[in-house]
Design a protein around this ligand. Structure first.
Ligand code: ZN
Length: 285
């Protein structure tokens, strides 16, 4: 089952992707979910699958997909050996930071190269969506807490990341992406069997099995839940493999006209064009 968050006719809702379009979970008879968070937390997989067996309410071209983010966004950095070495050294604990949802766009929406920097980079990643929260979750039971998975581009403004802080380098408006949907875990199986590929304007930049993670998905959930309660809807980006733009010689910065694709087997392909950020009118966004 593929769950989306979308805008249609000026209204935000969530839905299930079916052949021919989208079933609107905010309008269905019986148990509804107005938001992705309600769908993840409030509906059972059986209820979601039942909704997904109905005929679509909307065609795909009638909706604009939004970031399928039902909760917080927690990122793990330097989690593939070769990438850790292209940045610095291999960490012996997970490197965790946070992103705001405003720093992310949905499938097909443009990534915005900021006015302050041209050092804009891509990071293809697998993101995990938590279905059941908890604290001190043992590694062996961690996958029971996973609702599903999505593709994630942890887009980064490298000069700000290295000269200012990790937090600002990762939180420029509309510099990352997530989507196109959340695929439920029953469709992917164990995430270690998935393969991730990132392409920029058709050229393959990154390719890795998720089994190359230094801290695998169960270990990340065990680590985080020992620190704080993980919550239904939390999105955990698991880190990017080697091949990012800044580590190339010469660097391959994203520029207007580029298209970034993050493809993960059994999950889907997240695709976003790159544009220059427009001039700020001074009005609130
Ligand atoms: Zn990352």
């Amino acid at each position: 089952m593929k769950l989306v968050s979308f805008m249609a006719d000026g209204r935000i809702s969530c839905g299930a992707v079916v052949s021919g379009g989208i079933v609107d979970l905010g309008r269905q008879p019986g148990r509804r979910a107005e938001t992705l968070r309600e769908a993840v937390e409030g509906l059972t997989l059986a209820e979601l699958n039942e909704a997904a067996s109905r005929s679509p309410d909307l065609r795909r071209d009638q909706v604009r997909l939004l970031p399928p983010v039902p909760g917080r966004i927690i990122c793990v950095g330097m989690n593939y050996r070769e990438h850790a070495l292209e940045v610095g050294t291999v960490p012996d604990v997970p490197v965790v930071f946070l992103r705001t949802v405003e720093s992310l766009v949905g499938h097909e929406a443009p990534l915005m190269r900021p006015r302050l920097s041209s050092d804009m980079d891509f990071e293809g990643e697998l993101a995990v969506v938590i279905g059941r929260g908890g604290r001190n979750i043992p590694r062996e039971r961690a996958l029971d807490h996973v609702f599903g998975y999505c593709c994630f581009n942890d887009g980064s403004i490298r000069d700000y990341q290295f000269k200012h802080s990790l937090t600002v380098g990762k939180n420029f408006a509309a510099t990352g992406a997530v989507g196109p949907w959340i695929v439920t875990a029953d469709e992917t199986g164990d995430p270690s069997g998935l393969v991730l590929v990132t392409r920029v304007s058709g050229e393959e930049m990154q390719r890795s099995g998720i089994d190359d993670l230094i801290f695998d998905v169960p270990s990340i959930i065990a680590y985080l839940s020992a620190i704080m309660a993980i919550q239904p809807g939390d999105v955990i980006a698991t880190g990017t493999p080697s091949g990012v733009g800044f580590a190339r010689k010469p660097p391959r910065w994203l520029k207007p006209g580029d298209v970034v694709e993050v493809e993960i087997s059994r999950v889907g392909t997240l695709r976003n064009p790159v544009l220059d950020e427009g001039h700020d009118s001074g009005a609130p966004a």
